[in-house]
Design a protein around this ligand. Sequence first.
Ligand code: K7E
Ligand code: RUQ
Ligand code: CUA
Length: 650
Amino acid sequence: MKIINISIIALAMLAGGFFACKPDNAGKSGGAELAGDAAQKVYVAPGKHDEFYNIVSGGFNGQLSVVGLPSGRVLRIIPVFSQFAENGWGYSEETKPMLNTSHGFVPWDDSHHVALSTTNGEHDGKWAFINGNNTPRIARVSLSTFRTDEIIEIPNSGGNHSSPFITANSEYAVAGTRFSVPPDANADVSINSFKQNFKGYISFVSIDKTTGRMAIKFQLKTPGVSFDLARAGKGKSDGWFFFSCYNTEQANSLLEVNASQKDKDFILAVNWKKAEQYLAQGKGKKEAAKFAHNVYDEKTHSATSTIINEVMTLDPKECPDMLYFMPCPKSPHGCDVDPTGSYIVGSGKLAAVIPVFSFDKIQQAIAAKTFDGSFDGIPVLKYEAVLHGEVKKPGLGPLHTEFDGQGNAITSFFVSSELVKWNLQSLEVLDRVPTYYSVGHLSIPGGPTSKPHGKYVIAYNKITKDRYLPTGPELTQSAQLYDISGEKMKLLLDFPTIGEPHYAEAIPASLVEKNSRKIFKLEENNHPYVAKGEKEAKVVRKGNEVHVYMTSIRSHFTPDNIEGVKMGDDVYFHVTNLEQDWDVPHGFAVRGANNAEILIMPGETCTLKWKPSRVGVTPIYCTDFCSALHQEMQGYVRVSPAGSKIPLSW
Ligand code: K7E
Ligand code: RUQ
Ligand code: CUA
């Protein structure tokens, strides 16, 4: 135990020393020696398009960003779990329900992992999934509209980190809880009763093939460990899922003494096809739980939120031969599956080797029952029996691994701050390049799929230090693009990211572009408060609600002068954008509104709710420069005292 703790401290010191000394020579290494060659490789001439979309998790900003590669240009921020004033996401009446949870309105989250939908293990360009860690959720984003279309909350969970990872044909997105928790149905227990009462939960969230609609099909109730990351099997291992777990000590305080005692933690192998069979045989149990399911409907341009009160669970104790633990050296983080589905790569943050497991050997060990005892009733496979081999002395603090499609893997190393390329067969290290500084996730276009697109690897770094002009105490977060087309990896570009980057995926532009949506058709707009032309514009009172059916077109609102609103009223501006040309939004804002603007795309209706705070005449205006007469796109609302006899007029 002593020795183990010392090694942890040594690693930590190394990390500290590394950060402290590195900036001194930063200008020299990885910067100045880059020639025009690198510039040419990332230069996308004015008017030209990038080759890849990079869909990047924004970490604790709760958003996704879309970056072009190789240029590193930010193309779009897609708000997911966080309110976004720029387009009214989470402020407009239509989008507020998207941020509803069983805890109420939660307009923020901490997003870590992106998963792009696949068919037969290959990118299909339909959807991006992303997790919310804090208030456990999975969101589905359309790659046609680049909007968040659905958010489902995950019950029986705390810290939805091991999520969302998807199966080869996007049958499921999974969510493994980072915090073991007592079941929602019986949660008021002593924290010290961890071993008896706390469980790990893995949720299998089904995805409809055509609509993408999600549902929690079932949850596996596992021993109380912490799930960290996961990958689905593919090819020969399709039907399996692999999860890295830590805290197999089952401690409720994760100070090193408690949670890092063991030399090995586990990777949990889940036979999910078997789980489906058990479910079909009626082995599932409905349990009380509470979670929100929020869906955005493109036709009404509005979201609805439903609270669901039960979930189907499967108890492994009643479902044998479904789960197996494999020992994995110290505090495994990443758990990645190679393109053929033959190898599972573990990454122990505190380990000096990278263990590579063989799917064939796992099957043989299961058949021959080559077990090394059990953990909480689940068989533990013998480490040596399932090991393909170890990559020796790869670096310090391995985190994540991606694949280049040429039989090689690239692993990120946080502590030694580098990317290391190694061969999946020989397990020999082939190349290493420094990252500036301390890379977390890395991404190769198509890297987690059956058919990596290769070409680049992007390092998403945790420390920025001196890579950019100083901007006060807080620096931008940062990524780096490397060319991996040759034998040696070559640094091409530094670029800032939006928020803290965690995982990201990159997909060829051609797979996304072809489905890209340009406008919403006005005639298909089924919003309950739509005005499809200026003739339909009107103002209607319902008790103390005033509904303004407003239209916008270059460059005026109809109506634009409204009288008869009274103190105590709730005013709803339902603004329909009558334009039918690509990229002609109008914005709408009201002085003093305890809210944000709304940004209405052609053919769409958005609602801004306003409760006047004072008597008087309030200006309203368009916030998005839309024509030469944009500055004229404005109006007034007269607010009179409560009880005033002034009739509604416009
Ligand atoms: Cu995916 Cu960033 Cu949450 Cu590793 S974690 S670095
Ligand atoms: S005006 S488009 Cu708002 Cu100063 Cu310039
Ligand atoms: Cu409409 Cu500016």
